[in-house]
Every structure is written in C-alpha cells, then in structure tokens.
Ligand binder design. Structure first.
Ligand SMILES: Nc1ncnc2c1ncn2[C@@H]1O[C@H](COP(=O)(O)OP(=O)(O)O)[C@@H](O)[C@H]1O
Ligand SMILES: [Mg+2]
Length: 330
C-alpha cells in the first residue's frame, strides 16, 4: 500500500465550503485521490461544486473544513510549493492577444527564468507538441477556441520542471467535436508523461473517453466514484418508456423512473434492454395489464445515466412525485 500512497498526487478529505451565508453549503465533504500518471474526472452538472473544488486544490480559495494535499504539500500551509507544482488552465488568461502563439510562449518562458536560447527552444518544442506549429506565427486573437486552449495549456508548461499536477476545469466546454478530440489527445499525453490530471466536465462521454477514474459530483457531494466501467455497469444501458393509461399508475411508478413526462403520462425506467428484463419489468410494473398502454425501448441518454447515479443516493433531482419534468443535466 505504501508504494501506492507515494503515487497519490492529489488527495482531499472532507472538504466543505459555503459562500456568504453559512448553512448554504456548496461543498458537503468532498474527498478525492488522484494518482501520478492518472486522469481523474470530476463529473457533474452546472453548480455542482466542480470549480470550487478545483479552486481549493489550486490554493485560490480555502475550504471551511477538510484537508487537501497536492504533490505532497498542504494546500493551506504549503501554498507556495503547491502553486509551483501545479498548472491550472485559465490561469494564463493573460495570454497577450496581439502577440503570436510563439511570442506568447517565448515571453512566458523568459518570465519563468529561461535564457533566450532555451526559451526559444522550449516554445518551439511546445508548439510542436500541441499541434500549433502551423499557427505559431499568427496572433493569438485569430486562434480558434481549441487552439487557444492548447496554447493556454502549453503556457502552463513553459517553466521547468513541468508541473506534476494539472487542473483542467471544463477544458472542452464550448469546443467543436474535432477540437475536443484534439484536446483529449493532449490531456492523454500529459498523463502518459506522468502527470496527475484532475479534469472537470459536464459530459459523461468525455469522462468515459479520458478518465481512469470518475467521481460524480452532485450538489456538493460525491455521489458515485469508480472506473468508467464500474459506473456504467451501475446504470443500465437502455430505457424502457412506459405510456401509462392513468395518472394513479404514473404517480405510483414515478419514483422508479429516470425520465418523467407528466403531460404524456410517460415514464422512463432503466433496463439492460434484454427481452427477459423488459418482460419482467412490464409484469412487475403492471401486474394486471391495465396500466401500461404502450412501451418503447431505446438507448439510455447521458441524462439518464447521470440521473440514475444521483437518484441512487437520493440526491438526484427526480422528484418524489415525479410530477415535474426532470431537468436536463449532463
Ligand atoms: N464566489 C461565489 N460566491 C457565491 N456563490 C458562489 C461563488 N462561486 C460559486 N458559487 C456557487 O456555488 C455553487 C457551486 O459553484 P461551482 O463550484 O462554480 O460549480 P460548477 O463549477 O460545478 O458549476 C453554485 O451554486 C454557485 O452559484
Ligand atoms: Mg465550474
């Protein structure tokens, strides 16, 4: 176990945080562990507390209680050492728009203390590694969203040694699918070189593609944690939609559903999609064969997966009565 422990680069226990009025908790005891050469996704909807968690770990804000160590340093008492060990996307929002990508990186390399020749070499190396060589001589303001984010990441790497811990807060939000894939490759590359990466995302697909471990954060709590495979195995891959014949049946079955449409008396219930399970579900939900008018089976959406995970722990937003439409989450 001790070897494994030495490889833990980000470790948090019981982080809590409220803003302003005490009592309105944004984080309710968040714990995390991220290993060297690992990608850990913090998956959750808007407002779940992802950015707050990252800001605490990156020493930009403090928790009300709980402890966290990053690269072996305490985020409160060893703040300076933590800052030297990490890279946080967005922290170089100070990219100069009027400079070229190359000029930006050279300037930052110089600021980080590299002599001119080394700064040039380092900038060239990073432009190459992040697929920006062709755009190196263009002003940063002409860059696409994806290119900007890659330049931003490169900027976090100019110093030496490279940081061992990366915090990427929703790095692909707003990017087109191709830019997203390019950025995924960059993130994988960081981990392959040995970094610990904590990435926040609202997209299950992204967490699934990139992460070795996923923590699902909902309303300030980790409601599920594990490898993508174990999490996916906890939710069924399909949804059985039942169109009910009466409102009583709708209300009776609503708590089991991950999808609610009260106007059409339709409920979606997780299933693995096999004939055996669908048959069993139909028999179980409608033993007298009077309550279900029609049904359909289709692949679960990301919303379904997220709702199923959060509903298991009772922190989901699927209501007790199911009379409101469940909001879209992931
Ligand atoms: N500086 C702040 N002051 C007051 N409330 C805040 C502040 N920052 C975040 N919040 C609130 O904390 C909750 C979690 O926010 P955040 O950590 O940004 O979530 P996420 O990044 O998952 O969207 C939200 O309800 C948000 O409105
Ligand atoms: Mg956020």
């Amino acid at each position: 176990m001790s070897t494994a422990m030495r490889d833990v680069m980000i470790e948090a226990h019981g982080l809590t945080k409220s803003y302003g009025k005490p009592g309105v908790r944004v984080l309710e005891g968040v714990g995390l562990q991220v290993a060297r050469a690992g990608i850990h996704a913090l998956l959750g909807p808007n407002g779940a507390g992802k950015t707050t968690t990252v800001r605490i770990l990156a020493t930009l804000t403090t928790a009300d209680s709980g402890t966290a160590r990053v690269a072996g340093y305490d985020v409160v008492t060893d703040r300076r050492q933590v800052r030297r060990a990490i890279s946080l996307t967005g922290q170089f929002a100070a990219l100069d728009e009027t400079l070229t990508g190359e000029e930006n990186l050279r300037m930052m390399a110089r600021l980080s203390g590299l002599p001119l020749a080394q700064a040039r070499a380092r900038a060239g190396e990073l432009l190459e590694r992040f697929g920006l060589t062709d755009a190196a001589r263009r002003q940063a303001r002409t860059y696409s969203g994806g290119m900007r984010r890659r330049l931003d990441l490169a900027a976090g790497l100019v110093g030496s040694p490279e940081p061992g811990v990366f915090f990427l807060d929703e790095p692909t939000t707003g990017l087109d699918p191709r830019s997203r894939r390019e950025l995924w490759q960059v993130v994988r590359d960081l981990a392959e070189r040995g970094a610990a990466v904590l990435l926040t995302t609202q997209y299950l697909e992204e967490a699934d593609q990139l992460a070795d471990r996923i923590a699902v954060l909902n309303q300030g709590r980790i409601v599920a944690e594990g490898t993508p495979e174990t999490l996916k195995s906890r939710v069924s891959g399909h949804r059985l939609d039942l169109v009910l014949s009466n409102r009583e049946a709708y209300l009776r079955l609503a708590t089991r559903a991950v999808h609610h449409s009260p106007e059409t008396l339709t409920l979606g219930i997780p299933t693995d999609g096999t004939a055996a399970h669908v048959r069993a579900l139909l028999d179980e939900t409608d033993p007298h064969r009077t309550d279900v008018d029609r049904f359909s089976v289709h692949s679960a959406t990301l919303d379904d997966v997220f709702l199923a995970l959060t509903a298991e722990t009772g922190t989901g937003t699927a209501t007790e009565t199911g009379t409101t439409e469940a909001p879209s989450h992931v």
